[in-house]
Design a protein around this ligand. Structure first.
Ligand SMILES: CC(C)(COP(=O)(O)OP(=O)(O)OC[C@H]1O[C@@H](n2cnc3c(N)ncnc32)[C@H](O)[C@@H]1OP(=O)(O)O)[C@@H](O)C(=O)NCCC(=O)NCCS
Length: 332
């Protein structure tokens, strides 16, 4: 699903992010599972990741990121019409994490809901908010990507626990003229491949009980090699479709912000899109895979570094469980 067919569009006017203080290095992991810094760095590009403190839940991280985005945008929180929180690790099933941060932020005019699209969640959230703004239903939205994956990964499974981290990123979107701000969006899913990355237990199919927990079904399961190939192909496809639809050439892109799942996936996408290394935003070495938070954290860091300039053309591309993938093209 692609396009930007509304009467107007939305632009990003504020960016925020939050990383928990605790750093877990590959050397720390060497003491926990049978792995090595060398294996993790060469296979994934990850050196360390952040882990939420015991008292921190998804809404605490999301709140910090959203608060920063709102401050940067300089908007009155009372004017926010919509809050979308993309997450697969909400505080609880009910109420939504979006409603929890709505109250904390004081955005009492807003409608708030969570969105589940795994690592593509932030892209799906921005595309959803952009289309609601674009057709004129609303004027201001906050979109957050947040994960506390450390609570759902199996710390005895070396194939997954070394890859993931915790964090949050957020943007404020405001109405603008069509042709400014977000100029292309793309979302796609393939539900037939859900078992490549899933968490079988803890929902209504396999509710919490002693047997389910004993069989470790409440942890994330992943078929890494299967995901790898599809990740590169689908992210390139999403980027190309978004660019084509918007009539933008690859050579005009200033920055690619890819989902940070694996440095080799990022490199594969970069090469196929014929971009230079300097054009690709990478922070996987410091934060690992933070799923729906990965792109807004990278965007936030790029913005804070002062590198992102007004007028820059940026493409954000994600891929994740579901399977889901998608892309957002915007002019800063
Ligand atoms: C997971 C991933 C890093 C593995 O890399 P890889 O190059 O496919 O790994 P290889 O096939 O070379 O190695 C697998 C071997 O390493 C072992 N291994 C797995 N994790 C390990 C670890 N942390 N430390 C040491 N060895 C490990 C496996 O047991 C396997 O051993 P075997 O061959 O004896 O069975 C890679 O497949 C990947 O990143 N896939 C995509 C994952 C992803 O993106 N997930 C999120 C989607 S949003």
């Amino acid at each position: 699903m692609s396009g930007n067919s509304g009467i107007g569009s939305a632009k990003i006017t504020g960016i925020g992010y939050y990383l928990p203080e605790k750093i877990l290095t590959n050397f720390d992991l060497e003491k926990m599972v049978d792995t090595s810094d060398e294996w993790i760095v060469t296979r994934s590009g990850i050196r360390e990741r952040r882990i939420a403190a015991e008292h921190e839940a998804a809404s605490d991280l999301a709140y910090e990121a959203a608060k920063m985005a709102v401050e940067k945008a300089g908007i009155d929180i009372k004017d926010v019409d919509l809050i979308i929180v993309a997450t697969v690790t909400p505080d609880m099933t009910l109420p939504s994490t979006a409603c929890i941060i709505q109250e904390k932020l004081g955005a009492m005019k807003a409608a708030a809901f969570d969105l589940s699209a795994a690592c593509s969640g932030f892209i799906y959230g921005v595309a959803t908010a952009q289309s609601m703004i674009g057709i004129g239903h609303i004027k201001k939205a906050i979109v957050v990507g947040v994960e506390v994956l450390s609570r759902i990964v199996d710390w005895e499974d070396r194939a997954t626990c070394v890859l993931f981290g915790d964090g949050a990123g957020a943007v404020v979107l405001e109405a603008c003229e069509k042709g400014e701000g977000i100029i292309g969006t793309y979302m796609q899913s393939d539900g037939s491949l859900g078992e490549l990355l899933y968490r079988p237990g803890g929902g209504t199919r396999l509710p919490f009980n002693e047997e389910m927990i004993r069989e470790r079904q409440h942890y994330v399961k992943m078929k890494g090699d299967g995901l790898f190939k599809i990740a590169v192909r689908s992210m390139v496809d999403a980027a190309e479709k978004t660019l084509d639809e918007a009539g933008v050439k690859k050579k005009d892109i200033d920055y690619l912000i890819p989902h940070q799942a694996n440095i080799r996936i990022i490199e594969g996408v970069r090469k196929r899109l014929k971009l230079e290394k300097e054009q690709v935003v990478v922070n996987i070495d410091r934060v690992g895979n933070t799923s729906s938070a990965s792109i807004p954290i990278a965007l936030g860091e790029l913005n804070e570094s002062g590198t992102l300039k007004k007028g820059d053309l940026v493409i954000m591309v994600a891929f994740g469980g579901g399977l889901t993938w998608g892309s957002i093209l915007f002019r800063n």
